[in-house]
Design a binder for this molecule. Structure first.
Ligand code: MSP
Length: 510
């Protein structure tokens, strides 16, 4: 069992045949927000991402560029590490399936499956889609294509099989015992009915190409790329050393976060492999939805692929993170459009949050000698705002337990709205002349509310939140959720305020 307080979250590992797009950035961003939230909340977090570098698809892509697969993957895997840096992802480890530590782990899981009697040699005759790296039965094809629309080819070759059929009852029992094994709940139903429909044994080796991990004892075969790829989640914890610190602390994973297209691999095949190998299945698999672009499927052939690098350059990093996390409820599909992005940047970030912080900080700079004002007695309105802000943290914990970053942001913005209405109602600019002591109280209430908002926006908008916390002179030791109830200290000198969320289309110094 994972030690209490430990939290392990993983992203899928990305195929390196392609340039990263917003779909790829999205899965890792969701995990990044979750990992950052849990760290701020005092958990010992391990956050893993990486690249999936074996298999026919990558071998083909390498051949098209004229590079050998290793040189190709070295080159293209870099783009995903660059993306992680550009998006300010806080992963603890980045695994590549071409690394030795991973190959050792794949060989070890293979041997465990053999030892459990679940591997046998036979012959595969059926359809294969290189794009999906998946086998399809005749009855699954739609107009001669995979159900995903990917082209298929006929494959006939000797193959090792995994006795997946033998695991049907154990899988159904796992789903019954842990109804939140797959989230959202509708996806759990999908998975359950797929398994109830009957499971065929799964081909887990290939012989018609060589780019993969050779099967132990039979190097004419390479291990099927999905068995290879899924194993990354434990390779990165030092498997096969199940007594090692990392494995003992972090396995089973708290969340494998994946797109809906690869749920079956994670919620059916992977737990079956693990149980057969005598290892614990992960705790939960979350399947998120897909982004379309201006109403259309994103694809190279349509030429509408949105690059996260371009978005960051054009709109800013935290602006991009905010849009992706807020625009769609995590789990649902959603649409990317530039108009929607500009709306979010200007309304939510610049008008609501940025303007609140800027108004409060500049009034303090001008009217309170540039240091945190001293509050006097509190009115009902003051208490109401402070209490509403205080109540946010437990609500966010509930939302983030289901990776609902969109909900967390909605809740934060509700308080942002309440604080903006409070400024208008209290009119501190008038109090400056009529009742300066009351003005000081109002500005303190607002500044402490901005402190709480900035603490909570750290997982989603890490750079901007840090700037806001700097502007409030919050010491480094008081930026975790443990400092939630440590209020701003009157008299603390504040740096000169500057705008944190510029409007799009206007110069930076908002
Ligand atoms: N290599 C496999 C995963 C192996 S995990 C053991 C793979 N890679 S992928 O690069 O094709 O996809 C990685 C992730 O990107 C998937 O979770 C997929 O759902 C996600 N997305 C790809 N396109 C997407 C959108 N248009 N929208 C949202 N996410 C999308 O599958």
């Amino acid at each position: 069992m994972a030690a209490s307080g430990a939290f392990y979250v993983t992203t899928p590992i990305y195929y390196v045949n392609d340039q990263p797009h917003i779909g790829h950035a999205y899965t890792t961003l969701a995990c990044d927000a979750l990992a950052r939230f849990m760290r701020l909340d005092g958990r010992t977090v391990r956050f893993l991402t990486g690249t999936d570098e074996h298999g026919q698809k990558v071998e083909k892509a390498a051949a098209e560029t004229g590079l050998d697969p290793q040189a190709f993957t070295d080159k293209v895997s870099r783009h995903f590490r660059d993306l992680a840096a550009a998006m300010n992802f806080s992963h603890d480890d980045f695994i590549r399936t071409t690394e030795e530590r991973h190959k050792v782990s794949v060989r070890a899981i293979w041997q465990r499956l053999v030892a459990s009697g679940d591997i046998y040699l036979d012959k595969y005759a059926g359809w294969y889609s290189v794009r999906d790296e998946a086998f399809y039965g005749e009855s699954e094809l739609v107009d001669g294509k995979a159900p995903t629309g990917a082209p298929v080819e006929w494959v006939e070759e000797p193959s090792y099989f995994f006795r997946l059929s033998a695991w049907q009852d154990r899988l159904l029992q796992l789903y019954r015992e842990r109804p939140d094994f797959v989230l959202p709940a509708t996806r759990m139903n999908e998975v359950t009915s797929f398994v109830k429909g009957g499971l065929q044994d799964l081909s887990v080796s290939r012989t018609t190409f060589a780019w993969g991990v050779p099967v132990p004892g039979d190097p004419a075969h390479v291990v099927y790329v999905w068995l290879d790829a899924l194993t990354n989640y434990i390779s990165a914890l030092g498997f096969p050393d199940t007594e090692g610190e990392l494995y003992r602390t972090f396995w089973p994973a708290d969340f494998h976060v994946v797109g809906k297209d690869i749920l079956r691999f994670h919620a059916v095949y992977w737990p079956a492999f693990l149980m057969s190998a005598g290892l614990e299945p992960p705790r939960r698999v979350f399947a998120h939805g897909w982004w379309t672009v201006e109403g259309q499927k994103m694809s190279k052939s349509l030429g509408n692929v949105v690059s996260p690098f371009t978005l960051i350059e054009r709109y800013g990093l935290d602006q991009t993170r905010y849009f992706l996390l807020r625009e769609i409820a995590f789990g649902n599909d959603g649409d990317f459009s530039h108009a929607a992005m500009v709306r979010r940047i200007n309304h939510d970030l610049a008008n609501d949050y940025g303007n609140l912080a800027q108004r409060v900080l500049s009034m303090i700079a001008k009217n309170c000698g540039g240091s945190v004002p001293e509050p006097g007695p509190l009115t009902d309105a003051d208490e109401a705002l402070l209490e509403a802000a205080q109540a946010l943290l437990p609500k966010l914990r509930t939302a983030m337990a289901e990776i609902a970053s969109h909900r967390a942001l909605e809740l934060i913005w509700e308080i942002c709205g309440a604080a903006n209405r409070y400024v208008d109602a209290q009119a501190p600019w008038t109090l400056r002349r009529t009742d300066p002591a009351r003005m000081a109280t109002v500005l303190w209430v607002l500044a402490d509310t901005v402190r709480r908002l900035a603490l909570l926006t750290q997982p989603y908008l890490p750079g901007s939140s840090t700037r806001l916390l700097d502007l409030l002179a919050i010491p480094a030791a008081e930026r975790s959720f443990a400092a939630w109830d440590i209020p701003l200290r009157p008299g603390t000198a504040l740096p000169a305020p500057s705008g944190v969320f510029p409007r799009h289309g206007e110069p930076d110094a908002a």
